[in-house]
Design a protein around this ligand. Sequence first.
Ligand SMILES: C[S@@+](CC[C@H](N)C(=O)[O-])C[C@H]1O[C@@H](n2cnc3c(N)ncnc32)[C@H](O)[C@@H]1O
Length: 226
Amino acid sequence: MIFVKRILARINRVINPPKNIEDEFHAKYYYSKVWAETYFLGKKVFKCPNDLWIYQELLWEIKPDVIIECGTFHGGSALYYAKLFDIMDLPGKIITIDVDAMPDMPEHERITYLLGSSTSPEIIEKVKNAVKNKKTVMVILDSDHSKDHVLKELELYHNLVTRGSYLVVEDSNINGHPVYSGFGQGPGPMEAIEEFLPKHPEFEVDKQKEKFLMSFNPNGYLKRVM
Ligand SMILES: C[S@@+](CC[C@H](N)C(=O)[O-])C[C@H]1O[C@@H](n2cnc3c(N)ncnc32)[C@H](O)[C@@H]1O
């Protein structure tokens, strides 16, 4: 099945070639799969370095008390945020959620790992308790990238994001935006954003966060403006 999907994705790439130089580079970078071999202090982090730099700027800009991350994987991104808080001498904490626990997840006093689905009532309850009375809360959705799951996360987590802070929807580049048109699960994060935003004028896409011309999160940096 995976093999068939890969062939279909390849055919799609030939039928729908990238439309401009940015998309062409995005496709070249994405299909090289180097993002799956990217490390922070020896821990795998599934991100494009452009986005990692944007996170560094974001953390400095909004100084979140808590980051809620859906999708831990090896914990490389959680460690990255924790070390940034260390360097910036900020009090920030990270709560990161995953259905699976990897054996090599880094230990850091700022990081709390929650095991379970990001949309389960038990996890939501724990997260809500953890952010109670926090001044600045930021949320990053980087777990199951199917549209339905991302929409559910958006509905469950958007209210935790404080005004002026961000709700980041990761990997909105898949399903043809501009890569991976043959994304196996059909519509993905971009389609979830498109359905969510018209009903939530309190959030606006911050296109400035795509200033490096290639982001894995196009239209995914949602700023809470009211
Ligand atoms: C793209 S990886 C996360 C990458 C990580 N944030 C990073 O930047 O290195 C996605 C993770 O989401 C997890 N996941 C899948 N479905 C989930 C769910 N319903 N709830 C929480 N995590 C889930 C997977 O187990 C996987 O580890």
